[in-house]
Design a protein around this ligand. Structure first.
Ligand SMILES: [Fe+2]
Length: 207
């Protein structure tokens, strides 16, 4: 049986305050590219395009496909979260429980935000607020590529794309105003709900 093909989730908005329609439409093409490449690689593997017994760490066709599969899966899922989290975001606030967790792990919401922004200024790809299924705590981590920097057993709660393609059209090389626009528009209701799901996953993970 063939693996089900992935499809890109369409945007439900054209632009948000501080991030233009042009940026979103160009950025969305990249997301679609990751989805298409994921499907293409899985199809190639299913059609025996290369001999798995020749896979090697130095170079092999099979190995390269697996490496790029990981990159494209990351690109697909990271962007799905990122674009979804802008829907109806303006004016929303993080839940009491999420703020409590941020306060416990970072000192306060503002301290969490300061650390998250600094994470984003340092990253070559993404800043990620993630939840550790093992420890039940929040972490801000750098992803230097679509698939690099994810410690195992964490779940993303909030992803901020800081690749230049996310802001270059609107702000040139200035990342900070883009980060501010990001914060004005993210949907904290969705993010708070995701956090609650993580706490439930933590309970079953550590049973
Ligand atoms: Fe991106």
């Amino acid at each position: 049986m063939a693996r089900t093909k992935y499809t890109a989730v369409p945007l439900k908005y054209k632009e948000v305050e501080g991030i233009s329609a042009r940026t979103f439409s160009e950025h969305f093409k990249l997301y679609e590219g990751y989805v298409n490449k994921t499907n293409e690689i899985y199809e190639k593997i299913a059609n025996n395009f290369a001999d798995p017994s020749k896979s090697a760490g130095t170079y092999s066709e099979y190995g390269e496909a697996k490496r790029q599969l990981s990159f494209n899966l990351g690109g697909m899922w990271n962007h799905k979260l990122y674009f979804g989290d802008f829907e109806d975001g303006k004016g929303t606030k993080p839940s009491e429980n999420l703020v409590k967790a941020m306060t416990e792990d970072f000192g306060s919401f503002d301290k969490w935000k300061e650390d998250f922004v600094a994470t984003g200024m340092a990253a070559r790809g993404w800043a990620m607020l993630c939840y550790g299924l093992d420890d039940g705590h929040l972490h801000n981590v750098v992803l230097d590529a679509q698939n690099a920097g994810f410690p195992a057993t964490v779940v993303p709660v909030l992803l901020m794309d800081v690749y230049e393609h996310a802001y270059f059209i609107d702000y040139g090389t200035a990342r900070k105003p883009y980060v501010e626009a990001f914060f004005k528009n993210i949907n904290w209701d969705r993010i708070s709900k995701r956090y609650e799901k993580c706490t439930r996953m933590h309970r079953t993970w550590t049973e």
